[in-house]
Design a protein around this ligand. Structure first.
Ligand code: ATP
Length: 207
């Protein structure tokens, strides 16, 4: 991200990683440390409940996408786009520009408030080219087995379901090519906290 020399320097850092790798654990830690975190998933979820977006989605996918309360059924939508690539492209064309716009607005507000370091929590940071909006990419990683065990425990979900999700996600090796910092999250949560503190110390030297 280009900085104007007359402007105060800001750093935007994207946090990403595969399912259950520990992204939320990292961003919660950063929030507790007082850093602002923009949550791309929350932005996307909230958009779904906005009238303009809902109309566009219904227009593209039909009323069959609504639940009994007349709201968009996100599970149905997920299933539809999972089965049909063209529908996924259509959905992305509705959502991506809006998500980007909201992220930019949130970041601009946070910068105006005087925040020098801003984090962007985005599970699909690289897949959706949101890494273009950040100065650094920090990736949370762990082995597939650890991902599976942690998500099974957290969500009470089945091993096969998580394996399917991991299979559909961008391979970790691919993601790591974009990383400026990697948190190997195989140890305890306290170990992860120490790694975050080290990364923050290094960040201070860079900005
Ligand atoms: P998702 O992609 O599904 O949103 P995530 O990447 O945000 O997941 P978390 O929710 O942070 O991952 O972590 C997954 C689970 O593993 C959570 O229950 C979390 O408390 C736990 N967890 C994360 N890191 C550790 C760790 N180092 N030791 C033990 N448990 C951990």
């Amino acid at each position: 991200m280009k900085q104007n020399s007359s402007e105060k320097k800001h750093v935007v850092i994207g946090i990403t990683g595969g399912i259950g790798s520990g992204k939320t654990t990292v961003t919660e830690y950063l929030s507790k440390r007082g850093f602002p975190v923009v949550d791309a998933d929350a932005i996307s979820r909230n958009l779904m409940y906005e009238e303009d977006t809902a109309f566009e989605v219904i227009d593209a996918f039909g009323k069959g996408i609504l639940d009994s309360h007349g709201n968009i059924d996100r599970k149905k939508l997920r299933e539809m786009v999972f089965c049909d690539k063209r529908l996924l492209v259509r959905l992305n064309s509705i959502f991506h520009p809006k998500i980007r716009e909201r992220i930019e607005k949130d970041m601009a507000d946070l910068k105006k408030e005087g925040n020098d370091v801003i984090f962007l929590d985005a599970p699909l940071l690289i897949e959706n080219n949101l890494d273009r909006m950040v100065d650094e990419v920090w990736i949370v990683s762990c082995s597939k087995e650890t991902q599976i065990k942690r998500v099974m425990k957290r969500d009470d979900s089945k091993r096969t379901e998580i394996e399917q999700i991991i299979k559909r996600q961008m391979p970790l090796e691919e993601k790591l090519k974009h990383a400026d910092v990697v948190f190997e999250n195989e140890g305890s949560i306290a170990d992860l906290g120490e790694k975050i503190e080290d990364a923050l110390k290094e960040l201070v030297k860079r900005i």
